[in-house]
Every structure is written in structure tokens, then in C-alpha cells.
Design a binder for this molecule. Sequence first.
Ligand SMILES: [Ca+2]
Length: 244
Amino acid sequence: MRSHFVWAAWTMASLAVAGCGGGASATSGGAASAPAVGNAAVSDKDCPPEFVVDDAEDDNNQVLVRAGRGGYWYTFVDKAGSTITPPSQSPFMMSPGGARGSQYASRMMGKMSASGQPLFAGMGLSFTDPKAAYDASAYSGVLFYAKVGAGSASVRLKVPDGNTDPAGKVCSECFNDFGADLTLTGEWQKYVVPFASMKQMDGWGAPHPAALDKSKLFGLQWQVTQPGANYDVWVDGVQFTGCP
Ligand SMILES: [Ca+2]
């Protein structure tokens, strides 16, 4: 199967080792290059069950209870008038029609406000409940399937950690999480984002550490920010990478 890959600063040579079999990927991407998007054939071998964060197939709002995880899905939205479904005040609901022929997926829909600051809408999951730092040191990155319906195709994967989430009690200007800017398509595609490739955004936030602290992760988020845009974002099959 052809798979769609997105990186912040990884060379094409890294592509072949970044999937589930990518134990070496954390050490092979030292040289920064221009952001690249490419397709590469990789193994579709699934990692063991403890690597799967959630596949939505139980049609509930909790991630799979395993490997010390058991947090919940949620949505969040700005106060500038953007809209989001499922609503941020009520329990997250899965939507029928998942990746790889599966039954359910996580989906958020809405319309961004045309003006105001800041503008954001997103869905995410916490790794634990109550929310606490989760040690993901055993893993090398994140893999998921995603697509968009009508509207914005630009989605940022955000990975709040001990330095960027307020719960870490470190950041003085929080929420500039490490992550990756993705351009989704109308078809389900696999996205693999190594922890080592994740970057913060330029120009704001404090602190700006050298790298994601994967020993203290608070969750995963998918966020849209385009002013005035409709959006319809689907995510499924969320897993960690790095299995032997
Ligand atoms: Ca599914």
C-alpha cells in the first residue's frame, strides 16, 4: 500500500525507517532539510496491541485502556465565534465510517470565525484520566489515518508535553506544542510523524526547548486555524510507532 508521509525536517532517506518498524528513526534524522511531503511504500505490519492508542471501534469516547492509558477524546474551540461538532461541552461522540474499512472514526466539523484572535478549533485525546503526564519514551512517534471532507485541508498535529501544556507547570506562554503541519486529502491516508521530527511554531510561546519531551506527554490534538474556513476532519487508527 502506498502511504502518505509528512515531516517537518526529515530527509527522504528517513522515510523507509519511520513506520512501525522504525526503531532506528530516532537517530537517523539529524540533518535538517526543507519540509518535505512525500509518498513511500512501507510495511503495513501492525504493531502489538499496546501501541494502539485508539481505533474508535468500541464507539465510545475513551481511548483504549492499555499500557497505562485510559484518557478521553474531547473537542475544543476558541472564544471568537468558531463552531465545532461534537460540541466541546459534551462527551465526544465517534462517527460512523472509519479508516481501512472500519466502523468508526473520530471526526470534527465546523466553521472558523472570520475574525478574532486567537482562532482555533480542534479535537484531541488525553492519555490518562485524570489528565497527567504519560511516559511515551518507549515509542518513536505517532501514526494515524486521516482525511478531510469539504473545507480546510490544513491540520496541525499537536503533542502537548511537560514544557508546553499548563499542567506541566513549566510554560510561561503555553500551548505552542511540538507537532507537525499536515495537508490532508479527501481519502483516508496513513500519516507517520516521528517524535524527532516534531517542531514548535515560530514566533511565540515560552519556553522553546530543543525537542519534545516524550517522557511527559499529555495527549494528542488535531487543530485547524484558517480564518473563515469550513472544516471536516477525520482521524482514526491512532497508534504509537517504534515496535520491533
Ligand atoms: Ca476505526
